[in-house]
Design a protein around this ligand. Sequence first.
Ligand SMILES: Cc1ncc(C[n+]2csc(CCOP(=O)(O)OP(=O)(O)O)c2C)c(N)n1
Ligand SMILES: [Mg+2]
Length: 323
Amino acid sequence: MTKFTHEQLLKMYQLMVTIRRFENRLYQLFLQGLVPGTLHQYQGQEAVAVGVCTTLRPDDIIFSTHRPVGHGIAKGMTLKSIAAEIMGKADGCAGGKGGQMHLTDVSVGMMPSNAIVGANIPIATGAALGFKLRGEERVSISFFGDGAANIGAFHEGINLAAVKYAPVIFICENNQYAASTHISLTMKIENIADRAKSYGIPGMVVDGMDVIAVREITQQAIERARSGNGPTLIGAKTYRFMGHSRGDPGKYRGEDELSDWQSRDPIPMFRTYLVDRGVDRLTLDSLEESVDEAIDEAVKYALAAPHPDPSETYSHVYAERRK
Ligand SMILES: Cc1ncc(C[n+]2csc(CCOP(=O)(O)OP(=O)(O)O)c2C)c(N)n1
Ligand SMILES: [Mg+2]
């Protein structure tokens, strides 16, 4: 076995399967007209969210993007609060008023997701600086895409974090595309992590389809951050199996491209890894069944939940005046 316990490995598998199957169910619900707005889905990238978040402590915090379902599940949000939010129901994590791109549950360290590309990079840095100033050994994670690495906030946030030794880890999920634009059209470098050199911090490249590799590299970055040595930029190479958002059939990708990446699907790869190391197939099968049951229950709950009351329209728009 590896240095991870049986329980830790099963937990990682359970989270990855939950993300995949929950996203697949959301897709069906969308097609049934039950999801207002759109969906930005995470299928294919599960090893990144799970590898990173299972390395964190409960009081560490993460900042996500327009594609937050995987991050929220991996950090411990309930499926009920996510499903209800995405269906615009009052029982959702943001009262049904945020929708798919604004998942949040501060009680588990899932800070409000930010759909403005790159915007969470300086925010996660600020939160990390707060930890440092208060003498807390907590870390902050910024998840963002390859497209975000070309936004000004990337430079500003990482540079500030570097000079202040902020305990933040920048996880760039390089899924090769920013909407329909391939990374080769927007970057002249092979590895986004190479940019770390210009900020004087470590940059590490990892196979984002390999959950164990992601977890091991995150562990190194966390140790560095917690011991006061500052940030790390991790570039995880991965792929999204679905279109950018629900209206996107993904026709801009080459014919074999999707199937090549699917042949390295992180979930079957991890299942094989576990079975090769002696985990019983029946254990994994029954774990998958319990995931399906949990998803059924969450969806049932969200479907039955009420819509927000119209009187709520203007609540939470402005901060309440302090008494
Ligand atoms: C500042 C800003 N510009 C443009 C958009 C529109 N937009 C939303 S997602 C996206 C692509 C982002 O690509 P990437 O950062 O690689 O993340 P991915 O969608 O691949 O997860 C764009 C251009 C936005 N939300 N914010
Ligand atoms: Mg991308």
